[in-house]
Design a protein around this ligand. Sequence first.
Ligand SMILES: *Cc1c(COP(=O)(O)O)cnc(C)c1O
Length: 417
Amino acid sequence: MPKKVPFVTKEQLDQIVEQYPTPFHLYDEKGIRKTARDLYKAFSWNKGFKEYFAVKATPNPTILKILREEGCGTDCSSLTELMMSDRCGFTGPEIMFSSNETPAEEFRLAKELGATINLDDITHIEFLKEAAGIPERICCRFNPGGVFKLGTSIMDNPGDAKYGMTRTQIAEAYKQLKELGVKEFGIHSFLASNTVSNEYYPELARILFKLAVELKEETDVHIGFINLSGGIGIPYTEDKEPNDIFVIGEGVRKAYEEILVPAGMGDVSIYTELGRYMLAPHGHLVVKAIHEKHTYKEYIGVDACAVNLMRPAMYGAYHHITVMGKENEPKDHVYDIVGSLCENNDKFAIDRELPKIDMGDLLVIHDAGAHGFAMGYNYNGKLKSAEILLKEDGTTQMIRRAETPEDYFATLKGFNF
Ligand SMILES: *Cc1c(COP(=O)(O)O)cnc(C)c1O
């Protein structure tokens, strides 16, 4: 079974923490570039292929620029994500705007930037028309309802999700948009999150390719692209094999050859909006053990908390932990690894078998590169950490400083202190 090994050695990390105090998020440029290159190789059979990195996963301009150098665009769902993409140099067709419950000003900015707007609902046609006007190129988000299965296992529950249009609505939306002058259409769908299966994308592709052929017959529009969105996951635990992007790319190619090509739609571009798959394994949350407590359980208190990585508190998510320098020691202790919030769910790990932890030990919390820093918040007046990039040449660069108390106080009004 695959073992999770940090992308830094203890010696490297000891040096890094001399320069930057813990806690911080550390990103691995080499790993990010390799994942992006492999993705592009896996889909190189499709001429128009493009990955629109889901900015929400890791909204940092330095990361976005690295991805842009590898050919990626951005997928945005808010005003600030659009602004960040614009300021990083992404233009027009390099930006996808896949939002929902969208405020008018966000549609206006997306239209102004020439981003490809992905409509979440049929009522958004009128709303967009009023807010910004209808562009010539547009995408509609599809939700088939029911449950999404791979074989016999239920992967997710689209029928219960707030996103996307029904089958009837998407055909009607295409007709209305065609009337309004749209020349090029896309289809988008996100049916299951964090799938660790090489079957998800190919199965989703089959559903969307068939839908594309039907919609083309029913509405006679030009379908230019199909956006498979996010959802390719990573194994957070060591007991699962990671996805093989080459098998996934090949699976989508087969579906494309079987369904789109015979329908005369062999010119459709495939898009993705991956976030987690692109970045999660390439980020560590680096923390230091600062307290140990022996009561009804054994606790190790660290200098970070759920504010720095919310997934365990929010979803009960597992994140693997390496105690640096003790990789080969027996895991003969059982700890709860906890943060300092006044919330009992502030636990990075519960009943985790680990080697004996001493005060001052550095812990790497794995797979924190996506939906990690980004989900941060300021509960308990806790401040967000710095983000550090480990560059390909082994040097480091701070790509976001840690928040200071003054940042936290900056939005307060009406009282001087
Ligand atoms: C969150 C999101 C993504 C990225 O999802 P991952 O699971 O990180 O790959 C892509 N598209 C949309 C519309 C999303 O909301």
